[in-house]
Design a protein around this ligand. Structure first.
Ligand code: PEP
Ligand code: MG
Length: 569
């Protein structure tokens, strides 16, 4: 029977498929034992499954790049750590050896044990980790039964579940899942952001769909409106086809913009640079006509490993980017480890009480002997192959920029005497992501060649709202008069002093914010290649003079509602 459920559209696209219902924590395993002679076989079965999960996660990590690596890497790291946790492994072995339980039941018992310990803790962090435990245990369980619940069978299906982790999304899509519907979740969660960059339709908050749908039901999901139709009728099918056609048309239209200039309706050229972390990002940026790499996040060279990349390895990575952009400028950002970008090399502190306010970015680079110099030497050497700029993250004070400048001069001289060919001058820029750096800018703008505004952090530090805390999604927004004013002031001062300034936070890649940034005078955007064409299209629709004429009314906005009203007119 036809039923319609309304959720929230979190990632656009229309999909038609069979339902695959995954009920929450579906580890319903009956108590079962094995004989004494079967214990070793059961242990081997369990460890085979664990190895399979480890290899799968590793392969997924390798396949990810760009924003995906950023978003998903964190979760994969955590899940790999949980998977290798000696307590988990020894506990499972002991249950099979001494209790003679099947691997399935041992998993269930061990899951319940860990979860009850976590749930009893008076700490939100551990309580939220229960989902991660469930996912890791669920993965092992699925691997134990790969021959029974063949995941290849999900091709063409729509997954309906309570929640989906970012780490799972890419894998599910690769397995052929065409859309996802969740009972929980928010449109601003990491999963939602990731689904959008994967172009995988996602509807969140559709509780009823989870309760009513059964495996195999036909389903239409519209990730734009949030509508989920169970057992659709002829009208639904017709509408789905119309929507599908319009999405395809839109993608084709965007594709046509690959070779078009990024120019406003009234003839002003705007620069679109790319944020990149991998070779694929660089190739895509090049193909889409990005004017350069505005942000190369070097920390991704340091994640997923135990030893530090040496000068040679870093040099080759940076040189690849420079060569990949064939003459367009490349901005190498020095290491921004710390806070949510935890590494395994032992560089970032593990137990900071307040990591976002801790030893991260340039603070860490300067605190660890040799770290900054190695990175600067590698970047300077790469500057011999094409235009390269160096960008410093988490700048708070003039002294930090001055210190990096001194090291660049010194190392440049050293490299030349060692016979390296390096650029005559390598521009140095500061990230504006700490409010103090924005407010103190007049005192050090003469010391930098360019600026890049990191709105992801600037918003979090200005509004005291953790960028990763889903409970603060309403608070964490660039649509706040304080953010708008600070952006205006930084852009205005930079231009008055003849310095180039870009916005490289996620805000730059969201076409909804494009008119606002143009009205504030921004002429350089740095964004993930996946959103470049949408922003180009939005810029081409804008009339810059008109937007600038409306800037004073934007500056008078008193709250988010005023700014939203400004954007919608
Ligand atoms: C930012 O803070 O806006 C930024 C681009 O840096 P990251 O997201 O790497 O912290
Ligand atoms: Mg930042």
């Amino acid at each position: 029977m036809r039923q319609v459920f309304q959720g929230l559209g979190a990632s656009r696209g229309s999909a038609l498929g069979r339902a695959r219902v995954r009920l929450p924590h579906a580890l319903e395993v009956a108590e079962e034992h094995v004989g004494a002679d079967e214990v070793e076989g059961e242990l081997a079965r369990l460890h085979g499954a664990i190895d399979q999960v480890r290899t799968g996660m590793h392969a997924l990590r390798e396949r990810l790049h760009g924003a995906l690596a950023h978003e998903v890497g964190e979760f994969l790291d955590l899940h790999t750590l949980l998977l290798d946790d000696p307590e988990l492994l020894q506990g499972l072995d002991a249950l099979i050896r001494t209790g003679r339980y099947t691997a399935d039941y041992a998993l269930r018992l061990q899951r319940d044990r860990i979860v009850s310990v976590f749930e009893a803790m008076d700490d939100d962090y551990f309580r939220t980790r229960v989902d991660d435990i469930d996912q890791v245990i669920g993965r092992i369980h699925a691997a134990l039964h790969r021959h029974v619940t063949d995941m290849a069978g999900v091709a063409g299906e729509i997954l309906i579940t309570d929640n989906v982790a970012p780490a799972e999304l890419a894998q599910l899509q690769a397995q052929g899942v065409v859309a996802i519907v969740t009972a929980g979740g928010s449109t601003l969660s990491h999963s939602a952001i990731l689904a959008r960059s994967l172009h995988l339709p996602l509807v969140v908050g559709a509780t009823q769909a989870l309760q009513k749908a059964n495996d195999g039901d036909a389903l239409i999901v519209d990730g734009g409106s949030g509508l989920v139709v169970l057992e659709p009728g002829p009208d639904d099918l017709r509408e789905h086809r119309t929507r599908e056609r319009s999405y395809i048309r839109e993608r084709k239209e965007l594709h046509r913009l690959r070779r078009e200039p990024t120019r406003t309706r009234d003839g002003h050229d705007i620069q679109l640079q790319a944020n990149a972390e991998s070779r694929e990002d660089v190739a895509e940026a090049h193909a889409l006509g990005a004017t350069g790499i505005g942000l190369y996040r070097t920390e991704f060279l340091f994640l997923q490993r135990h030893e530090l990349p040496d000068e040679e390895e870093q040099f080759r990575a940076y040189r690849d980017v420079v060569l990949g952009m064939s003459g367009r400028p490349v901005t190498i950002r020095t290491l921004d480890l710390g806070a949510d970008k935890a590494d395994r090399t032992g560089l970032a502190l593990r137990d900071e009480p307040n990591p976002a306010l801790g030893l991260r970015g340039v603070r860490l680079s300067m605190a660890r002997t040799g770290l900054l110099d190695t990175q600067l030497r590698a970047a300077l050497r790469a500057s011999g192959y094409g235009p390269l700029r160096i960008l410093v993250p988490m700048v708070t004070s003039r002294e930090e920029i001055a210190a990096v400048r001194t090291r660049i001069k010194l190392l440049g001289r050293e490299l030349r005497t060692q016979g390296y060919e390096i650029a005559d001058y390598v521009p140095l820029g500061a990230m504006i992501e700490v409010p103090a750096a924005a407010l103190a800018l007049p005192g050090y703008i003469g010391k930098v060649d360019f600026l890049s505004i990191g709105t992801n952090d600037l918003v979090q530090y200005l509004l005291a709202a953790d960028r990763n805390n889903e409970a603060l999604v309403d608070l964490y927004t660039p649509l706040h008069p304080a953010v708008i004013r600070l952006l205006r002031d930084v852009i205005r001062l930079a231009h008055a002093r003849g310095k180039s300034v870009a916005v490289c936070g996620e805000m730059a890649g969201d076409p909804a914010f494009t008119p606002l940034l143009l009205a504030l005078g921004l002429t350089e955007f740095s964004l993930h290649p996946g959103t470049l064409l949408e922003v180009r299209r939005r810029i081409r629709e804008c009339d810059l003079a008109g937007l600038k004429a409306r800037a004073p009314s934007l500056m008078r906005a008193r709250d988010r509602a005023d700014i939203e009203a400004w954007l919608s007119t």
